[in-house]
Design a binder for this molecule. Structure first.
Ligand code: ZN
Length: 151
């Protein structure tokens, strides 16, 4: 990772851990899913609210996990809020392919924005599941699955 990206990565991880965005329960969610990464011990519960036009009007999470899983969940919620389900799925696939090394974001166009700071986890295989947990949980919630595990 180049030094500037590395610094931005560290700043964002620290910031989103200190004050995670959309970190709360939701009483009137349309979809809920629990995600578990047994390898690291990350656990989160995700709540999603969808309007009649398939737009994600609200999304929140609770749970506990390592810094990367928490920061990734926090940034995921801010990234997909206001997006359609289809747009959120596209982001999920791009994020997944970036963090597993299938998508080289330096060479291919993408919509990841700030989420691109997680590109470095592809060199840290043990952390890939931490970074993608919230996204897998979102995908599961949108498919109506209640529990997912990365194993
Ligand atoms: Zn973790």
């Amino acid at each position: 990772m180049d030094p500037r990206m590395k610094q931005l990565y560290q700043e964002l991880i620290i910031d989103h851990n200190k004050s995670p965005r959309n970190f709360r329960e939701m009483d009137d969610s349309d979809y809920e899913s629990k995600g578990h990464n047994p390898l690291c011990g990350d656990k989160l519960q995700l709540y999603v609210k969808i309007d009649s036009e398939n737009i994600i009007t609200d999304v929140s999470f609770t749970g506990d996990g390592c810094a990367i899983s928490k920061a990734s969940a926090s940034m995921m919620t801010t990234a997909v809020k206001g997006k359609t389900i289809a747009e959120a799925r596209t982001l999920f696939h791009q994020f997944h392919d970036m963090s597993t090394g299938k998508l080289d974001i330096a060479e291919h166009p993408h919509q990841l924005g700030k989420l691109a700071i997680f590109a470095g986890v592809r060199d840290l295989p043990a952390r890939v599941k931490c970074a993608t947990l919230a996204w897998h949980t979102l995908d599961a919630a949108l498919k109506g699955k209640e529990i997912i595990t990365t194993e």
